[in-house]
Structures are given as C-alpha cells and as structure tokens.
Design a protein around this ligand. Sequence first.
Ligand SMILES: Nc1ncnc2c1ncn2[C@@H]1O[C@H](COP(=O)(O)OP(=O)(O)OP(=O)(O)O)[C@@H](O)[C@H]1O
Ligand SMILES: [Mg+2]
Length: 288
Amino acid sequence: MTNPAPAAANPAEAGSGPPLAKPDTSPPLANPDIGPPLAAWDIGKTFGAEDGRPVEIIRSISFSLARGEIVSIVGPSGCGKTTLLNMVCGLLAPTRGSVFWHGRELAGVPARAGYMLQKDLLFPWRTALQNILLGLQVKGLGRAARQARAEALLDRLGLAGFAQYYPSALSGGMRQRVALARTLAPDPEVLLLDEPFSALDFQTKLLIEQDTARLVRGEGRSLLLITHDVEEAVSLSDRVIVLSHRPCTVVAEHRIDLPGDRLDMIAARESPEFAQYVRRIWTELDIR
Ligand SMILES: Nc1ncnc2c1ncn2[C@@H]1O[C@H](COP(=O)(O)OP(=O)(O)OP(=O)(O)O)[C@@H](O)[C@H]1O
Ligand SMILES: [Mg+2]
C-alpha cells in the first residue's frame, strides 16, 4: 500500500478552489528505509475526568512527517496539541489508533527523537556546557568527544563565549538556545518541539527560528513543531496542519510554498503568499 502525500490546500485558491485537503489516512509503509520517520494513524485520546466521566480530547488525527521535512501543528489553546506530541513520542498511550516510526508501530520511547518543551528546563546548578553534556551522557561517547560535540553546538548557536555561564546569568533567548543545543546533542533524527519559542521577544524568536531551520534543513533532520504562532508556522514549515477545538481533528493541511531559500525568516514573511497562508489559517482556526 502506498502512503501518498496529502494534497495541498493553496490559500490562493481560497473560496473558489477544491475542498480542504484530507489528512493522510493511508497506513504507513512497513519498510523502514522508505517509510516516513514518523506517522500517526487515526490516533485519539480520551481522559477520565475528575468525576470519572470520560472526556474525549482527540477524536482522530492522522499525519506523517517525511525525512527532512518541517511540519507545524497549530490549534486553539487546550485542543490537545501537547497530548498529541506526548502520544507520538511514546510518553502517553493513545486510546485509539497507532503511532509508527519508520513504519514500525511504536513501543516505548523512540531512540532517535529529541523532545523540547516550552520551558527551557535547564538545570540551574549546571553551566550551559554541563547542561548540554547531560544530553550526551547516554550516547556512549568518550569524555573528549562529548566535550567537543557540546562545544561545537554552543558555537553553532552563537554561544561560544558562554559555556561556563549558569542559566541564571543567561538571557531567555540564550537559555532557549542552550536547551535547543541539549536537544540536538544526541543527534536526533526527529525533533519534536512544543511551543519552544513562545516566551521569547519577536527579534529573538526570529533568530532562533532561523537557527532551527538551519540545523534541521541543513542536516537532513525532520521537525514536528507545535506552535500558537501562525506566522512562525508558515515561515518555518513545509506543511502546516490546523487542528479543531476539542474533540480535536484535522481541519486543514497546507503545503507551504514560499519563494526563497526558506532559511531567511524575514524574507519569508515579506512575500504576498505568506500573508495569504496566514490569513487563511487564522480563518480556519476559528478562535472563539
Ligand atoms: N493527564 C490528563 N488527564 C486529564 N485531562 C488531561 C490530561 N492531560 C491533558 N488533559 C486535558 O486535555 C486537554 C488538552 O490538553 P493539552 O495540554 O494537550 O492542550 P494544548 O492544546 O497543548 O493546550 P495549550 O495550547 O494551552 O498548550 C486539556 O483540557 C487538558 O485539561
Ligand atoms: Mg500545550
């Protein structure tokens, strides 16, 4: 069985074009060399409420993340985005459906995934370098190799002079960069980022988005990004998936086609296509 990419919903066609794209609902391929690094097949989640009644949070979501692809998920607050991310990385079992990594059903936590939360969660008693080294302890690398890799990551993220600083002496943007470096340290194939930049000022956010695009696109990784920020989603992503209110389903899916090299977040935001995508997605978000 094939696993076709979903059709794009082009904002230029808004109002007169074809109906919104359906999510990818075909089962992922079984061959790990061909199958997408990550795919969710009809997953749903129901929690037990305080009074014992079941509350359906996610009804049914299917999507895939291809190698080298950046996919953003946007949705109203409380619709189940973090719950979705927890299910795809094996921290939470879905009530229905399945999660596949390279075409194999997920059991446990995937080996080559890096998960980064909204809060930087750095250890305050460890320096920037020591926080990054933590991410490498399980890699089986020698001490010198770990040190060299951590320093190289600091350097790539513009923090070369700050290795010995404790988190309290770093700005919010710098702490987020250290957290990003720690997530990247074990060389994950897939990055799962849950609103990682939402607490940052606009300028810092643009710079870190740019760093992230470089580190993902330049190194053949894949990125699944949860964000409230529609402009961030459009400027950074190859595809944007829009979720509904609870019980959550996929409302729309857009393949983002912007001019330029996709590494320049400012240029990406200047094109007329960008404004069209943003406007269309805001309409679909149906914020009440
Ligand atoms: N373990 C749990 N038990 C019961 N309900 C839960 C549990 N985890 C999450 N929920 C509920 O599921 C819903 C979705 O939560 P989730 O954190 O996934 O939303 P979100 O889309 O990430 O929200 P936000 O945009 O505010 O980050 C919320 O109503 C929350 O109360
Ligand atoms: Mg959340």
